[in-house]
Design a protein around this ligand. Structure first.
Ligand SMILES: [Zn+2]
Ligand SMILES: [Zn+2]
Length: 177
């Protein structure tokens, strides 16, 4: 299992510290992304400090859901991206792809949505998903966006914040992240 370097919080009161986290080998539909930029969002701070009672934080916590990076590896069934493409990842990395919400392209309402960090990791790579304050991430291509390379990529990262998804999410209710 490959490792990535990451900034992780080990408790609600500790600062982020450099550490190593596991990343999975890409499955058929996954892309492996070398992270170039990741926005720092108020939601990240809330999660690190365990300030959302509806979504208790599992530690270590690696936040970051405004990710821009370059594809370094693709699974055998990936069609959207090739190695070298610049892509973005927001706050969702998986869903069941079966329910009415997913069928309507509203994966944020999926009862089995996986958030980019602090969600149970369906792949079992770690207890929970780890976000973009790291050197790499592996994501199902369905939850990636192609980023035009003529844009300022550092400026693109914060655009990946999908707060409207979170604000509307029944688990979180109204959050002022
Ligand atoms: Zn679904
Ligand atoms: Zn954000």
């Amino acid at each position: 299992m490959p490792n990535a370097k990451a900034f992780a919080a080990s408790s609600a009161t500790s600062p982020l510290a450099l550490s190593n986290i596991p990343r999975r080998e890409p499955t058929d539909r996954d892309v492996e992304i070398d992270i170039l930029y990741c926005g720092v969002c108020h939601s990240d701070l809330h999660q690190v400090r365990n300030e959302w009672s509806a979504v208790p934080t599992t530690y270590p916590c690696v936040p970051g859901h405004e990710i821009v990076g370059r594809v370094t590896k693709t699974g055998s069934a990936v069609t959207k991206h090739r190695v070298g493409d610049v892509v973005g990842v927001g706050c969702l990395v998986d869903s069941d792809q079966k329910c009415p919400s997913c069928a309507a392209n509203r994966e944020q309402f999926c009862p089995h949505a996986t958030f980019t960090y602090n969600s149970p990791d369906k792949h079992g790579t770690a207890p929970v998903t780890y976000g973009g304050y790291s050197t790499s991430i592996v994501v199902n291509e369905h939850f990636t966006l192609k980023v035009p390379t003529n844009l300022n990529l550092a400026g693109v990262a914060p655009l990946l914040c999908r707060h409207h998804h979170l604000l509307a999410h029944p688990w979180l209710g109204r959050c002022e992240g």
